[in-house]
Design a protein around this ligand. Structure first.
Ligand SMILES: C[S@@+](CC[C@H](N)C(=O)[O-])C[C@H]1O[C@@H](n2cnc3c(N)ncnc32)[C@H](O)[C@@H]1O
Length: 357
């Protein structure tokens, strides 16, 4: 969960950058127009982000950047148990305003790992560096407040993936026409993508390609086999959801924006060639626990009401399965999309449903 204080720290830093552009959350009408235009630009997938356009810059600072930071904060919560904190070197490809770095810094309130980025444009890097320094100042982190972070983008051709062990792709994979071969040389690839059906299914295809190249899905997948959403359906897609609260400073802006104001959705995927000790444990279990009923399961859908019962899609193997419970079930479960649990309740198999007894 994100604490409101940290969100205030972030939004104060964002407002400072909006003021550089002559804008502020206090006067939201100009901002909302740019946000709606930028949203249409992304939905229509018109190509690389137009960072030279001041309206795009303002829209990204005011809305798209904080929303992606909030998504990352949830992903960090989800993947910490898989050993995320052991990763010590990141290359952020298509970093924009250093979104991943800002999220990491807000979460852990320090930034120890090595961090480099590749970005086509210098404008977002300058914006992100100023926001980083402003957050540091508000947190009393004198070292980072006075630091002049590098604003120089690396070239993919010069990178030694052995040193930069983790490739981060934050809302940038879908801007690429082709996947650079070098991506497959990284030990880890961590991806955050929009949760649309089309983009999320592309991510499932990326997963399948990676598995062929001997990568193991560390998260959110519960297994390394074929993903049933891809192989057993043409429509399913895998996404997660987080709850968030808009800080007071941005209330007036969101009053006039026609967006969902309580929940954010996203798709994510962590692939690895070299497993962390924690994920090793998980995958070892997968091999040892041939009895599928002993493996963990993850909820990958929303509850669907049907006559006399409700059901929700689950992920625990390459089979497309649901967990269901009748209205009269004595001990119903209350898990939701994204949660993981063990099958420590009694059930019977009914077709593709595990029905709770
Ligand atoms: C939608 S923005 C995402 C920014 C940031 N990672 C985030 O999550 O908020 C995609 C970024 O990828 C960058 N980009 C697109 N193609 C690129 C390429 N071939 N090399 C480097 N950066 C690229 C764009 O300039 C843009 O800043």
């Amino acid at each position: 969960m994100t604490t409101p204080d940290l969100m205030n720290v972030l939004y104060n830093a964002l407002d400072e950058q909006l003021k550089v552009l002559g804008l502020t959350y206090q006067k939201p009408s100009g901002l909302s127009k740019s946000i709606l235009e930028t949203s249409a630009f992304f939905i229509q997938k018109k190509g690389a982000s137009p960072w030279k356009n001041p309206g795009f810059q303002a829209a990204y600072i005011a809305h798209f950047l904080p929303m992606n930071i909030i998504r990352w904060l949830k992903v960090f919560d989800r993947i910490e148990s898989q050993g995320f904190e052991e990763l010590d070197s990141f290359l952020d490809f298509g970093s924009g305003p250093l979104t991943f770095k800002l999220a990491y810094y807000l979460k852990y309130q320090e930034f120890k790992p090595e961090y480099n980025f590749i970005e086509l444009e210098s404008i977002p890097i300058k914006i992100g560096s100023e926001i980083f320094k402003s957050i540091a100042k508000q947190l009393g982190d004198i070292k980072n407040e006075n630091l002049s972070p590098s604003i120089k983008s690396l070239n993919l051709g010069d990178i030694s993936p052995k040193k930069q062990s983790t490739l981060v792709l934050s809302y940038s994979l879908n801007e690429l026409k082709d996947i650079p071969e070098k991506f497959w040389e990284f030990e880890n690839i961590i991806i955050l993508e929009p949760s649309t059906q089309e983009i999320s299914r592309s991510l499932l295809e990326f997963r399948a390609q990676a598995v062929e190249k001997d990568f193991k899905p560390i998260a959110p997948c519960t297994h390394s086999g074929a993903c049933p959403m891809l192989t057993h359906s043409k429509k399913d897609w895998c996404f997660d959801r987080t709850h968030f609260e808009i800080p007071n400073i941005a209330h007036n802006l969101y009053k006039i924006l026609p967006f969902e104001k309580k929940h954010l959705t996203f798709s994510y995927l962590w692939l690895s060639q070299k497993e962390t000790p924690k994920s090793q444990e998980k995958n070892l279990n997968e091999e040892i626990i041939s009895d599928i009923s002993k493996r963990p399961l993850r909820f990958v859908g929303d509850w669907q009401k049907e006559k006399g019962k409700e059901k929700i899609m689950i992920c625990r193997s390459s089979e497309r399965e649901f967990l269901s419970q009748l209205k009269k079930t004595k001990n119903p479960i209350h898990h939701n999309r994204g949660d993981q649990t063990n099958l420590d309740f009694e059930y019977e198999i009914k077709g593709n449903e595990l029905r709770i007894k």
